[in-house]
Write a protein that binds this ligand. Structure first.
Ligand SMILES: NC(=O)c1ccc[n+]([C@@H]2O[C@H](COP(=O)([O-])OP(=O)(O)OC[C@H]3O[C@@H](n4cnc5c(N)ncnc54)[C@H](OP(=O)(O)O)[C@@H]3O)[C@@H](O)[C@H]2O)c1
Length: 289
C-alpha cells in the first residue's frame, strides 16, 4: 500500500515536471525524447496527415521512433510523405490509407484495418479539420453545416472508432485537435468553426471523465492550438501571435508526449490568452478573432 502510494506520487510529480518542461521549452523537451526514441515499437494513427499540422506531427512522431498509420483524402501527398519518411527512418513502419472523414462508415473501416495491420494502436490523433465557416445569417448554412459536420460529427466518429479499439486493448491515448477559438463564442467567420471546436473539446472532456469514472487506463488529451500558418489559413492576413508550422507542430507534439489533459499551444502566449479569453468582456475577446 505504502509503495503504491509512493509510486503514484512519484509518477504524478514526474508528469507535472514533464508537462511544465514541454510547455516552456518544447524543442528541448523533444530532443530528450528523441535521444530515448520513446516511440520505438509504438504506433500513432493521425487523420488529416496530408498537410499542415497532421503532416508535421507525422514527421516528428517518426523522428521519435513511432510507427505511423496516416490518412487523409489526398493519396499522392500521403504516399510522398510515406516514401520520404521511410527513407529517413528505415526502422519504422508507415502505412497510409485514403479516408474522407465525412464518410463515417469508412472511418471505422480504416481505423479497424490499421489496428489489425499493426496489431496495436497506441495513440490516435483526431486532427482532420476544415476552417471555412462564414457569418451566421448570411446565406451560408451549407458551408457552416459542412464545417460543423467535419470538425465535430466526423471527429465524434473518429473518437468512437478510436475508443472502441482502446477499450478492446485496455490501453491507448486519444488526442483531439481543438482550437483556441473554442474558448469563447467568436464573431465573423469564426462563429461556426469555434462552436465546432468547443463541441469537440467538450466531447473529449466527457470521454476523459468517463475514463476516470470507469478507471480504464486510457488517456485523453485536448490540444488548443493558436494561429499556426498552414493551408487552412493560406489567404489570411497576418494573424495574432501566429507561428510557422514547424514551431506549432513542435509545441503540439511536446504537449501530447507530456500527456497533458489540456494544453493551449504554443504555451506562450496562448495559455495566458486562453485565461483572458474566458474572463474578459466579449468586446475585448473580439480583438483576437
Ligand atoms: N492552423 C491553425 O492555425 C489551427 C489552429 C487551431 C486548430 N487547427 C486545427 O488543426 C487541424 C489541422 O489543420 P491544419 O492547420 O493542419 O490545416 P490543413 O493544412 O488544411 O490540414 C487539414 C487536414 O485535414 C484533412 N481533411 C480535411 N477535410 C477532410 C476530409 N473530409 N476527410 C479527411 N481529411 C480531411 C486534410 O487532408 P485532405 O485534404 O488530403 O483530405 C488535411 O490533411 C484542424 O482540425 C484545424 O481545425 C489549426
Amino acid at each position: 500500500m505504502k509503495n503504491t502510494l509512493i509510486n503514484l506520487i512519484t509518477k504524478s510529480a514526474k508528469q507535472s515536471k514533464d508537462q511544465l518542461f514541454s510547455a516552456i521549452q518544447p524543442a528541448r523537451y523533444l530532443q530528450g525524447l528523441n535521444k530515448q526514441q520513446v516511440g520505438r515499437g509504438k504506433t500513432v494513427l493521425i487523420t488529416g496527415a496530408s498537410s499542415g499540422l497532421g503532416e508535421g506531427m507525422a514527421r516528428l512522431f517518426a523522428k521519435l521512433g513511432y510507427n505511423l498509420a496516416i490518412c487523409a483524402r489526398r493519396a499522392e501527398r500521403l504516399e510522398r510523405l510515406q516514401i520520404e519518411l521511410m527513407a529517413e527512418y528505415p526502422d519504422i513502419r508507415i502505412e497510409y490509407r485514403v479516408l474522407d472523414v465525412s464518410d463515417y462508415d469508412s472511418i471505422f473501416e480504416v481505423f479497424n484495418t490499421f489496428a489489425a495491420d499493426f496489431g496495436h494502436i497506441d495513440r490516435v490523433v483526431v486532427n482532420a479539420g476544415i476552417g471555412d465557416s462564414r457569418r451566421i445569417g448570411k446565406g451560408r448554412f451549407d458551408t457552416n453545416r459542412r464545417t460543423v459536420e467535419i470538425n465535430f460529427i466526423s471527429a465524434l466518429a473518429q473518437c468512437e472508432a478510436a475508443m472502441t479499439i482502446f477499450r478492446a486493448q485496455n490501453s491507448g491515448h486519444l488526442v483531439v485537435i481543438s482550437s483556441m477559438s473554442a474558448m469563447r463564442g467568436l464573431p465573423k467567420h469564426l462563429t461556426a468553426y469555434g462552436a465546432s471546436k468547443a463541441g469537440l473539446a467538450h466531447l473529449a472532456e466527457g470521454i476523459r471523465a468517463d475514463m476516470l469514472l470507469t478507471k480504464l487506463p486510457i488517456q485523453v488529451s485536448t490540444i488548443y492550438p493558436g494561429y499556426v500558418r498552414t493551408e487552412i489559413n493560406t489567404n489570411a492576413k497576418p494573424l495574432p501571435f501566429e507561428v510557422d508550422a514547424e514551431t506549432g507542430t513542435k509545441a503540439i507534439v511536446a504537449a501530447i508526449e507530456a500527456k497533458v489533459n489540456e494544453a493551449c499551444v504554443p504555451s506562450l502566449p496562448w495559455s495566458l490568452v486562453g485565461q483572458a479569453m474566458k474572463h474578459l468582456p466579449l468586446q475585448v475577446v473580439n480583438k483576437v478573432s
